[in-house]
Each structure stands twice: as C-alpha cells, then as structure tokens.
Design a protein around this ligand. Structure first.
Ligand code: F6P
Length: 344
C-alpha cells in the first residue's frame, strides 16, 4: 500500500509523532508512507516527499510539523480535480489528513462528494473536535498555561495584584478550564458560559475580604466581555478573519483587566500567552496519544476503512464516521464547577 499523510490548519504539538507513527507502522508492514507538504495544497500541487526511516527519525519530540501546514481548501479553490490526479498518479491507496474540526469537515466532503480515500486524525490544542474525548496538543498547551500561572502567582502574591491570563480557545474554553483548575485560578471566563465583569469583580472582592490580596483570572480569547446590564462584546485586535472565516481574536484579557481594575480598585495586569501555547515539545501524554492516533489511522488505511476519523473514547481508540466529527465540542462544565469551589 501507499499511504499519504498531510497536516492541515494550525500547528500543534504531536503532529510529528502522528506522522512518524503512520510511517513506521507502514514500514513495519512492508507498506510505503508518503508525506504531502502544506496540507491539501500539497495534493493539489503534487508536492510530496517520501517518509522513510531517515525522514521520520528524530522527530517524535519536535513541535510543529515536518510537512508544513496550510489551510488550503480544494473545494473552495476549485482544485479537487488536481487533488484526484495526484492521488491517482501517485497511486495513493489512502491519505491520512491530520487537522482540526474544519479540516475534518473538508475531509468529510472530499470523501463523501468526490470519493477520495481519506481518513481523518483530529488535532488541536483547543480540544474542541467533536467525537473524540481528547485531541493531542491539548495536554501540552494545558501544561504550558499551568506553568505560566504558577509563575504569575509569584508576582501576584508579592505585589497584591490581580493577574489576568488570556489563553487560546476561540470557540471553547477547554484550555482555560483545565489550566485554570490545574493552576488554582481564582476566576475562569470561557465562551460557553456568560460571566459578567461584575461577577468576576465580586469574586475578587470576596477574596480580599477573606484576606487574600491577590487573584489570578484565566480568560479564553473567545469569551465575550459581558456586563450585568446584558451587553456582550467579542474583542478583536483588528476586525479581521482567517482563511476559514473565523474572526481573529485577542484582547479580551486587556479589556477585562481594565474593567476589573476600575471596579475593584486593585492593580490589575494582563499576560497574553498566544502562540507560546502551541509551540515546543509535546508532553509525554501527547506523544503517546499522537502515536496511538497515527498507529490506529494506519490500521484503518490497511483495512480500507475510509471516511472515518480516529477518536479516543475513554481509553480506547475507535473509528467514527467523519460527519460525527465536523462540529465543535464544548467544555465539560463539571470541570468548571469543580474549579469554582476554589475561586474565593
Ligand atoms: O485552533 C487553535 C488556535 O490555537 C485557536 O485557539 C486560536 O484562535 C487559533 O488557533 C489561532 O490561529 P492562528 O495561528 O492562525 O492565528
């Protein structure tokens, strides 16, 4: 068999571990793995590289993707014919597409409407792909944010300050909720739950009244700035959207900090973690998860089980139909409820 592998959408720690797992599984079984450069663009432009022992050696611990990535959409770019030609010319029996929820939707359509032999592997630090319990990259991002919160505690405590930490999560607050819980945050604001500025300020005041002179508030970039009067604002640095049409986000941390300082009178500072959360070496948990995803994707390819996405359900790897994956998975609110017990 000849199995193609591509990475699409934003990068994410663990992508290389998946690539390596597909390639090494193929080698182990006498099959061939081929790397497709820069997502679906590589299929449209026939930009492929062999994934042999040399190419995939020494990449397990590396962040990013050795294949490069892009958000190229063959259907929108009217490039499906070129993609099909490459698949035929290169005799690819299957292509493993590693990407987020949007890539899963593109992959679903390319399989269902154009008959391409595709298998999806979900990736995102945001952990918001439906159908799977956890995506690789999430654990690494949570660890990075938790480390940051730990460090911010030092200054918060020493200076009696309120520290607002803005984290990624454009649609959902998984990173904010998990890292907030792990880091002992005193307030967590996420897109799924409307939390007003007044509520957060009251929480900070309660802490002060109980003798706690500092507070750490974690806010997801996709959360709206909400007020008790009912006004809600999505904060964007510039009114712009990315290739997928998603709004570019950022700035909620600063906006929230300004509102909290004026309401509480306590010095409030903001830290925006940005792409630091997506960079660097994956945690061991993510390396293992990514390797399991890649190894299982190979099994599906070998079995000719196309149009599926590899998913983690409990501790099991399962194959689910791609349509089940093409939507957003919101935060398990029970996690937030537990975190709330430690707010004041
Ligand atoms: O999807 C992952 C994510 O990290 C989002 O949380 C964030 O909004 C987005 O990527 C940023 O993407 P880009 O690097 O394209 O600005």
């Amino acid at each position: 068999m000849r199995i193609g592998v591509l990475t699409a959408g934003g990068d994410c720690p663990g992508l290389n571990a998946v690539i390596r797992a597909v390639a090494r599984s193929a080698m182990e079984n006498g099959d061939e793995a081929i790397g497709i450069r820069r997502g679906y663009r590589g299929l449209a432009e026939d930009d492929l590289i062999p994934l042999d022992m040399r190419t995939v050696s020494g990449i397990l611990h590396l962040g990013g993707t050795i294949l490069g990535t892009s958000s190229f959409e063959p259907i929108r770019e009217k490039a499906v014919d070129r993609v099909k030609e490459t698949v035929d010319r290169e005799s690819l029996d299957a292509v493993v597409a590693i990407g987020g929820e949007h890539t899963m939707e593109i992959t679903r359509r390319l399989h269902a409407e154009f008959g391409l032999p595709l298998i999806g592997v979900p990736k995102t630090i945001d952990n918001d792909v439906a159908g799977t319990d956890f995506t690789f990259g999430f654990d690494t991002a949570v660890q990075i944010v938790t480390d940051a919160i730990d460090r911010l505690h030092t200054t918060a405590q020493s200076h009696d300050r309120v520290m607002v930490v803005e984290v990624m999560g454009r649609n959902t607050g998984w990173i904010a909720a998990y890292a907030g819980l792990a880091g002992g945050a005193d307030g967590i604001v996420i897109p799924e739950v409307t939390t007003t500025v007044e509520e957060v300020a009251a929480g900070i005041q309660r802490r002060h009244d109980r003798g706690k002179d500092f507070s750490i508030i974690v806010v997801a970039e996709g959360a709206k700035l909400a007020f008790a009067g009912g006004e809600e604002r999505l904060i964007q640095p510039v009114k712009d959207s990315d290739e997928y049409g998603y709004p570019r986000l950022g700035g909620i941390g600063a906006a929230l900090a300004t509102e909290l300082e004026s309401r509480t009178g306590y010095e409030t500072r903001v830290t925006v973690l940005g792409h630091v959360q997506r960079g660097g070496t994956p945690t061991s948990t993510d390396r293992i998860l990514a390797t399991r995803y890649g190894a299982f994707a190979y099994e599906l390819a070998k079995a000719g089980d196309m149009g599926k996405m590899t998913a983690l359900r409990g501790s099991e790897m399962v194959a689910i139909p791609l349509p089940e994956a093409a939507s957003i998975k919101e935060v398990d609110l029970s996690v937030l409820e537990i975190a709330k017990r430690f707010f004041s």
